[in-house]
Every structure is written in C-alpha cells, then in structure tokens.
Design a protein. Structure first.
Lengths: 562, 589
C-alpha cells in the first residue's frame, strides 16, 4: 500500500463530472484493478459456497464419510479464502476511497490558494467548505463501490451460469428475477428520498437552532429568555421526531420488501429445485444448493443498488468540484520590472512617497478600502509603482513587495510563532519586537506556551482587539517594501492605540507605509496625511496642519468633537 | 488547544442514564422486541421446511412442490410484514427517546451558570451541541436498534438450534473463543483509534475551510505553499490514523469470518458423522447447517455496530457532563436597599496565584455615568463582570444596596444589573423576537422607543418587513454595527437599574457611536451606566472617568479634573484631541 498523499495530485480532467471521476480512477488505476481482483475473488468464493455445502449435504445423505470430509475441507478452505480475499478487498477499498478523497482535498486546497482574493468574489465559502464535508466522501465512495460493484456483477453472472447449466428455465428465472426484484423497490425510493430530504432539512434547522442558542447563550443567561428558547427548541425537536417517524414508515416497508421480494425468488427457485429432486433430475443435496444460491443473490443484488446510488452521488459531487476547479483568478500579472519608488493611484490622486508613513483619512471607510485595493492590485486601476505600471509586474512579485493588511485577513491555526512569522526567517527577538510594536506582548505572555502555543481556534480564543493586534504583528514581520494597513487599530483601546501609533512609526522607519484610518491618535504620528472625500484627494499635509486648515478634515477625525 | 472547560459525565452516570432511558417506555420497548423476535422465528421456519423436504425427498415420501414453494413464500412474507412493523415500532421509540435526549441537553445548556457561560467560550459547547448530538443520533437511530435486533435474532436462532438438536450445537461452540478473543482485542484498541481517525479527518476538513475562508489572506501573505503543505500534512496524519484502524480490522475481520464459517463446517461434518451413526436425522443435519449459516447475519450486524455504541457512549458522557457544572451562586434572602453599587478591596484571579485585579475599590452612585478606560489587559472587562455580578471576587466584595451581587437570585440580579459586551448575537427569528427576549410582554410602541434610543429605528422601519424581518442565520444579514445597536435596544427594553457596557459600541462608526451614546443617555436618564470604552469621547461625555492600569484604578475623577491633573489620561486626551498641546509651527488661528 503506497503512502498517501501523492506529492502531486496532477492536472484533473475538468470537461465533465464523468471525465473527472474517470481521471481519478486512472490516477489510481493499479490499486483499483488489484482491488477489483480481490473483490471478484471474494464474491466468487461466496458464490461457490452453496455448491460446496450442497455437495456436503449430498455426501451426508449418501453416508459417504470420505466425500463428507473432502467437502467439509473444501468448505473450510473456501471460508479461509473468503476471509483473506475479504480483508484484502476491504484494505484496497479503503485505500481507493482515501486516495480519491485526499486527492480532491489537495486539488481544492491548491485551487483555493491559487484563487486567493478571487475566491470570495466568485464562490460562497459554504460551497467550497461542503467539498470537504461531503463531496470528498462521495467521490471516495464512487471509487470504493467500483470494487464491490464489479465483483457483484461477476458473482451474479457466475451463479446464473451455474444455474443455467443445471436448468435453463431456472437460470433464466434467476437472470431476469434478480434485476426485477432490484427494480421492484424503485417506487418506494422516490417518496423515501423526499421524506429523508425533509427530515435532513428539519434536522439542519434544529442544529442551527441549537448552535444559535449556544452562540447567544450570554445574552439569554444575562438578560433572560431561556424559557422561550427552550420551548422553541422543543417544538422543532418534536417536528424532527415526527419527520423521522415518517421516514421510518417508508424505510420499514423497504426493509420488509427486501425480505419479501427475494423471498419470492427463493420460494420459486426452491420449489423448482424440489420438483427436480422429486423427479430425480438432481441429487437431494443440490436442492439445498439451489436454496442457498437464491439466498446468496440478495447480497450482490443489494450491492448493485448501492452502486447506482453511490455513483450518482459521486457524479453530483464531481460536478460541484469541477465547478470550483474551473475558475481562474481575476487578476493577472505581466513580466515587467520596477525598481520601486512612488506608488500612485491616479483614480483618487493618492500618492505614497517611499520611506514615509502616510495616512489616508476618509469619512467613508469603503473609499479608503477601494484605494488600498487598487494600490495593492486587488482591483484594476492605472496604478504606477516607480516608473512602471503596477499591472505589468508579475502578480507574485506585487504581492511580496506590497502587502495590504486588512481586518478580514484571518489568523490561521497552528503554532503561534509560525503563524506570526510567515516568512519563517525571524528571530525570537524580531518576533517580540513586532509584538511589542503591535502592543500584543501581553496576549502571548498570557498563553501557557507563549510563542509555541498551538492556536486552534484563533477566532474564538482571542477577542476582536487581540486578533487585530496579532494580525498587525504578523504584517510587520512580513516586512514588505510597501505596507498598507487598513484600519489597523479600530478594535483597540485608546491607550494601546496611541502606543501602537508611536511604535509603528519607529518600526517602519525608512520603509514605505500607508495607514487607512481616521483615528487622531494614529494620524498624529504619521509623516503625511491625505484627506479623501468622495473618492478624491481633498487636502494633504501633516495631521496638525490639516486640523487647523481644513474644517472638513477636522470634522472627519475628531468626530464632531465640541 | 480546544479548551475543554465543561465537565464530562463518568461511566456510572452514563450507564444509569442509558438504563433509565431504555426502561422509560417498557411497553413500547417490549412490543418492538417482541415483533423483532417473531420476525426472527418466521425466518427460522424456512430452513426447517427445507430440512424436512430434504428428508422427504431422500426417503421418497410424497412431496407437493407447490405447497413447499407456497409455504416458503408465506413464511418469508410473514417475516417481511413482521420486520416492517418491528422496524417502525423501534424507530418510533428511537425518535422519541432521541428527541427527549436532545431537549434535555438543551435545557441543561440553558441552565448553565452565568460565570461558566462567560468563561467557557462557546467552542466546547458548540462541539457538544453539533458533533455529539449528531453522533448520539446515529447511535440511537441505528446502532442501538441494530445491536438489539441482532441480539434478539441471535438468541432465538441459538434457541432454534437447541430445539433441533442440542448435540449438533456442541461443535459450534468452537467458534466462540475465536470471535470473543479477537473482538476483545479489537475493541480495546478500536475506540481510541477511531477517535483519532475522526479527529484527523476533522482537522483535514477544517484546514480546507480555513484556506477557503482566508483565501485573500493566503494570497496577500503568499501562504499558498504553506496551505498546500498544511493540507498534505493533514492528509498524511489522517492516512496514518486510517492505517492504524485498518490494521486493527486486518486482524479482526478474518478472525471473525473464520468464526462464522467454523459452525457451518462443524454442523455439516459432525452432523454427517452423527447421521451415519444414526444419532440424528437428515432433516436435523440440514436444518442445523442452515441455521449455522443463518447465525452469521445477526452476529455480523452485532459486531459491526458495537464500536459505534462506544462512540455514542462517549458523546453521551459529554452531553450529560453539562449538567455536572455546579451552580455558581447561592442566593440569600437579603434584598438590596437602594441601587448604590459598591466594590471594596476587590481581588480576582482567573488562574490560581495570578490576580488580575489588585484590591480595587469603587463606588458608583445611582444614576451616575462612569467610563472606564485603560490599556488592554489592564482588567477593565474583569472589573466590569464583577460589577455586573457575573463572577464573585476572590476577596473583597461587590454589593448593590448592601447585598453582595452573587447572593442575589439570577432573576433579581437581572433587574439590578445587566452586561452587554461587544459580542453581538442575533437569534434566528424576527427582529421583534430578538428584542422581546428582554421583555416578552413589551408592546410595539416600547420596542420602537427602544430602537429609537439606539438610533436604529430609521433603518429598521426602512426594511420591507420592518420589525417582522427575519434575521440571524438564514435571514437578513445586518452589519456588526447594526447588531450592536439591536443588542443595546434589547438592554433598553430589559431596563435594569445598572447597565455595564463593555465596548458595546466598538463596532459602530465612531461618529455614529457618539450620537448613539448621547441618545441612549437621554433614554437612560436616572439609570446607572458603567461604560468600558476604547474611544475617548465616551470618557469625555461621562460624569466620571476611571483609568484602569495594571489591575488598579490609577486615576478617578471627572474628565476636566483628570485633564487638569496631567496624568496618563491627560496625555492621551491631548494626543487624541490634537489641540490641547499647541504645536509651535501651526498655532490655531
């Protein structure tokens, strides 16, 4: 069993769901064929069991001890082979399931990383996350079922051939009876699936309600309302219960039908066998074999139904996955070069001089964000960087030289040290230095393992203000040529904000930094402030001079102070 | 570092609870079991028919093949019908028990003490409400009935075997040790193995979710390679966990399957020898062999589901554990005389030996507006929680009208003090529902007034459905700022005497926040407001300002007093306001 994951998941065939599944199958062709081989062997051995048992019974009726010993040994031998082939088949099935599921995770991860800022614009998070939650399982299952499914077909054919060679009508009866029995439960499936869907929806709503209660528990325990929510939950829970019973009403019929329908076949086959035996056409032992064949056929028959179901689900899942994999990033780069220098956005008139700490202050936060997005090339614009058009530079180079750090940028789970120092080159001193600049040392000191703490749920473990300070430290450690900070202190208290502003100026001395903010505590520490109104530069200059000279600016940053 | 702060029930509690649930509906349970038993019996008739058929054919007795076929069909039909009603009966019972389980759990969650709710964070509790409830549902819906049915069928088949021939039963016992020993070996290792497997799988899907949710950050920070590596690492770990359980099954499955085939071979071989010796009849040998074959199915089902029972028990332990949180307040009989809020010499520590408050004393007069400012980590929020009666101090006291807050019953406490944090949650439901939580009997006019007090009436009325607009998960998405407004409106409706606002307007645009605070102040005239704020205008507008630094109140007084005093508040204010410290080059005109 080769180790997973594959180093390179390869280039998938995205021309359609079936082609995607076929491409997957071919990627793991070897293990798949070996698995199918074991599955066929496993089913065949089971198909031969009734014959061996029939011969054994025959030996008993004939009181032939030698034959009895022989057939008992054969039976035991078949049992052993079945056990071994069974486990090998299972191992290969699991392997194939995992290989396809893991490959899909690799592809989706790589695609999400490739899409970057384009992803949230083109896809909902839930859509992509559901790939991880359900689609990979369906794609895995569609590979897994190929093993048992192929084996089941072989088993049914084998039994039919054995029966035909004994009696043509009997063989034909089985040949047509088996698929007929499989199809006969069909009419039940549609209402069943409908009720199951209804039940799933209600269950989903119920879990949402429960999660809602937990998320708002502070409110409920702090202000009241427990009784109301308890009753609401109870109502919905009872609805789920009744939906469950409605599903069971059909499901139980299906369970019964799965005994009755093959039962009819068993009865007919056994009856026909008995008539042959009475007429002396077959030995008595064979009669038992006939009965056992009919019983055995239930297994492969169910597997075929299962295969149809799993392949359908795999097909749907593959469709969703290729939709995600087919999207291309919106922004493209060129192959130009730039020595760097002044960063200029003609659309707004904002000019960022190298080596300065500049601020953009706008009463409407979205205007500042639009400027930051253009300067960082997240949106199209005729931005120039030094003497070159920003759009002519390779995108990866733009990203590494100009970092736009906004409040949506999440902290990833992992060892805190690694998540802060994304370049992986900083010394402990440098990390603490950055934390100090961001006024975030207290956060790390409070963690039992400090910088080595494993952060698994950053969003839940740290408050909004703490996350913001950690994000700032991360951006500082990335140490880009141009750092664009969007509202970096909006969730931080005034004391810390003042300290951060002061330290930021020192930490970025000599580097180019742009801060989008309206906080006077921050603006006071910048070299140059650009006041933007209606998307255009309205006034520029040092903070204090603008305060005096521009009433609009003063109103924007002092928030209507008396 | 998932914090597992809530307790987990012990084995005894789980067993007692499971027993209570099982026996709660004895009639329904016995009906379901009886139906399954009868179905098993009907299924056992067919091999018996076949056995006597073989005997008859062998001895040339008169055989009516049509009747044989009809007989077999009739009994299988009977079995099918019985199974139908048996499955329905057990599903009904299962759904009923399951509904009770989750409803009781939610009630337990809703009764959690305030201090636990505030401290535990929601991570652990969310896992319990989602993953554990799901996993228990699977257990109750499938594992419990399947194992019970398998057990019933197994016992009845064994009984039938004994009826046919106790003598032929003996050789089959050989299979017992093979199955028992291998299963014991397997089960000892399986639970941890599968838990690890599930955890690794959850990490894998969470890692993908993170990459997706943080896609822009991935691009901005150039983390593509890291995310790919993280996925590959998660996959490798998941694969290792899968391999381990696969290894366990590689030993267990063949052993068990061998255990299945032994009785069949034994019945045939020994039966045949006994028949030759004339100890048993041909019908007995045939039937016993077929029964041995028929034992496989229930046995297999039973073995396949028992580890799921273990998983279900683990989930149940976590669900029941929520009830093990001790109550945090012991209500006394004393009732507050007045609304004077007094903290004296308060110390508090989240962790033993690490006080975050070092002897804070503070008196808040009824109707006063007090602002708390200070650097993060200084203990403002902790002090706020103590003043809201959520935690009791380690030493010292916090009293309202002379009575310690933690000695007030919860309902009374809510009338005196309420806390609103920057956490803003909107429940799934209408806007009105969200506000009525605080005062279920409030009229629409009251609701409008409360919305007006937080500057939210305009945008709420502008919505097509107004107060009936669905919000929360699946409903209209309101901005965090709007959610904060609604949280405040809720508090206005609740109308406690003292309000503790912990950064309650932090997400609202600064200028709008100031307006809001002013209109709120007008509505709350006469109420005591303690506002923890990171914006200085809140402090400027308050009656008194408390500067909290390093777990102590370092400055206390009105805005003007503090500015005049020239301490850290004054310095901050001058930097904020920009004008207080004249700039030599640009003197104000």
């Amino acid at each position: 069993m080769r180790s997973l994951p594959e180093a390179d998941p390869g280039l998938p065939d995205l021309r359609g769901p079936l082609r995607f599944l076929w491409w997957n199958a071919r990627r793991q062709g070897g293990p798949l064929l070996v698995g199918i081989g074991y599955a066929i062997l496993w089913w065949l051995v089971q198909a031969l069991m009734p014959a061996a048992l029939g011969q054994g019974i025959e030996a008993v009726t004939a009181k032939d001890t030698g034959a009895l010993l022989l057939w008992s040994a054969v039976l035991l031998g078949l049992g052993l082979v079945q056990a071994l082939a069974g486990i090998m088949r299972h191992r290969m099935a699991v392997y194939n399931w995992l290989a396809a599921a893991y490959r899909t995770v690799q592809l989706t991860t790589r695609q999400s990383a490739r899409l970057g800022a384009t992803l949230p614009k083109r896809l909902s998070t839930g859509e992509v996350v559901s790939v991880g939650n359900s689609d990979i399982a369906h794609i895995g299952s569609s590979m897994d079922i190929l093993l048992r499914g192929t084996g089941a077909v072989v088993a049914i054919v084998t039994v039919t051939v054995i029966l035909i060679s004994t009696s043509l009508p009997l063989g034909l009866l089985v040949l047509f009876g088996v698929p007929l029995m499989a199809v006969a439960v069909g009419p039940l499936l549609r209402p069943l699936h409908r009720r199951q869907r209804h039940q799933r929806e209600l269950t989903g709503e119920l879990s949402t309600r429960a999660a809602d209660i937990v998320a708002g528990l502070r409110v409920l325990r702090g202000i009241g309302g427990e009784q109301v929510f308890s009753e609401r939950y109870r109502d919905e829970s009872q609805r789920v219960r009744h939906a469950g019973v409605r599903v069971a009403t059909i499901e139980s019929v299906l369970e019964g039908a799965q005994i009755v329908l093959p039962g009819l076949l068993i009865a007919v086959v056994t009856g026909v066998g008995a008539s042959f035996a009475v007429a002396g056409q077959i030995p008595t032992g064979q009669l038992v074999a006939f009965y056992l064949y009919a019983v055995f056929l239930i297994g492969p028959m169910r597997t075929l139904t299962e295969a149809a179901d799993k392949l359908t689900k795999g097909h749907v899942a593959a469709g969703r996955v290729i939709r995600i994999l087919s999207i291309d990033p919106e922004m493209a780069g060129g192959s130009g070069q730039s020595k760097g220098g002044v960063l200029r956005d003609p659309a707004s008139g904002v000019t960022v001089r190298p080596g300065t700490l500049t601020a953009v202050a706008s009463g409407v936060p979205d205007e500042a964000i639009a400027i930051a997005d253009r300067l960082g090339r997240y949106a199209d614009g005729d931005v120039t960087f030094g003497d070159a058009e920003l759009s002519t530079l390779p995108l990866a180079e733009v990203r590494s030289r100009i970092l736009v750090a906004d409040n949506g940028a999440r902290l990833f789970n992992g060892r805190l040290r690694d998540e802060l120092d994304i370049r992986g080159e900083a010394t402990d001193d440098e990390i603490w230095q950055a934390l100090d600049t961001a006024c975030a040392t207290d956060i790390v000191e409070a963690l039992p393992d400090g910088l080595d703490a494993e952060v698994s749920e950053a969003g839940r473990e740290f408050s909004g203000g703490q996350q913001q300070r950690l994000r700032l430290a991360r951006a500082l450690l990335a140490d880009p040529e141009v750092l664009i900070l969007v509202e970096p202190t909006s969730a931080v208290d005034a004391h810390s904000e003042a300290r951060i502003a002061e330290r930021l100026a020192k930490a970025r001395a000599g580097r180019t930094t742009l801060v989008c903010t309206t906080s006077p505590l921050v603006l006071d520490h910048t070299d140059h402030v650009i006041h933007v109104h209606d998307g255009r530069v309205r006034a520029e200059g040092p903070h204090r001079r603008l305060l005096d000279s521009s009433p609009d600016y003063a109103a924007t940053v002092t928030r209507g102070e008396d | 570092m998932a914090r597992d702060i809530l307790p987990v029930a012990d084995r005894q509690q789980v067993r007692a609870y499971a027993r209570r649930l099982t026996l709660k509906y004895p009639r329904q349970l016995s009906v379901a079991l009886a139906l399954h038993g009868l179905a098993a019996v009907a299924g056992l008739v067919v091999p018996a028919l076949l056995g006597s058929l073989v005997e008859d054919v062998q001895h040339g007795a008169e055989v009516n093949v049509v009747w044989v076929a009809v007989g077999i069909a009739a009994f299988l039909l009977l079995q099918g019908v019985l199974v139908r009603y048996a499955v329905l009966a057990s599903s009904r019972l299962g759904e009923r028990v399951l509904a009770e389980l989750r409803e009781e759990f939610v009630d337990r969650v809703l009764a959690l003490p305030l201090s636990t709710v505030e401290r535990a964070g929601s991570g652990d509790l969310i896992t319990r409400t989602s993953r554990d409830v799901d996993s228990l549902s699977r257990t109750v819906r499938h594992a419990v009935p399947e194992t019970l049915i398998a057990l019933v069928t197994f016992v009845i088949t064994i009984g039938a075997l004994l009826l046919v021939s106790p003598l032929l039963m003996l050789p089959m016992l050989l299979a017992g040790p093979v199955i028992a020993i291998s299963t014991r070996w397997y089960l000892r290792r399986a639970r941890d193995g599968y838990l690890r497997e599930n955890a690794a799988y959850a990490d894998l899907t969470e890692g993908l979710a993170e990459t997706v949710e943080g896609a822009r950050a991935v691009e901005a920070l150039g983390l593509q390679q890291r995310r790919r590596d993280r996925a590959d690492r998660d996959i490798a770990r998941s694969f290792a966990a899968e391999r381990y359980t696969l290894g366990l099954r590689t030993v267990w499955y063949p052993a068990v399957e061998l255990g299945y085939v032994i009785p069949v071979v034994a019945a045939l071989l020994v039966g045949g020898l006994f028949y030759t010796s004339g100890w048993v009849t041909l019908a007995q040998v045939t039937t016993a062999t077929l029964y041995a074959q028929q034992l496989i199915d229930p046995l297999d089902r039973f073995l396949m589901w028992i580890d799921e029972l273990q998983v279900g028990a683990a989930s149940m332990a976590r669900l029941l554990g929520v009830a093990n949180v001790g109550d945090d307040r012991q209500a006394g009989d004393a009732r507050p005389a007045g609304e004077l809020l007094e903290a004296s010499e308060v110390r508090y520590a989240y962790r033993e030996g690490r006080d975050v408050l070092h002897g804070v004393s503070l008196t808040v007069r009824p109707g006063e507006r007090l602002a708390m400012v200070g650097p993060s980590g200084a203990g403002k929020s902790t002090l706020g929680r103590l003043l809201a009666g959520i935690h009791g101090p380690r030493s010292g006291s916090v009293k309202v009208g002379g009575v310690p807050l933690v000695e007030l019953p919860l309902d009374d406490l809510r009338g005196h003090v309420a806390l609103v944090t920057q956490e803003h949650h909107l429940f799934k439901g209408s806007l009105r529902d969200n506000l009525l939580i605080a005062r279920p009997g409030a009229s629409d006019a009251d609701v409008r007034k409360a919305l007006g007090a937080v500057d939210a009436l305009d945008w709420v009325l502008a919505l097509t459905d107004g107060l009936d607009t669905a919000v929360g998960s699946g409903g209209l998405t309101v901005s965090p700022a709007q959610a904060q407004q609604l949280a405040l409106a809720r508090l206005v409706l609740a109308d406690p005497h003292t309000l503790v606002l912990d950064e309650a307007t932090s997400l609202i645009d600064p200028r709008a926040a100031r307006n809001l605070e002013r209109s709120l102040a007008a509505v709350l005239e006469g109420r005591t407001v303690i506002a923890i704020a990171h914006r200085l205008h809140t402090a400027h507008d308050a009656d008194r300002v408390a500067v909290v630094e390093g777990g102590r109140i370092s400055e206390l007084g009105s805005h003007d007093e503090l500015v005049a005093a020239g301490g850290s508040y004054a310095a901050l204010w001058s930097s904020w306001h920009g004008g207080a410290e004249p700039d030599p080059d640009h003197r104000p005109a």
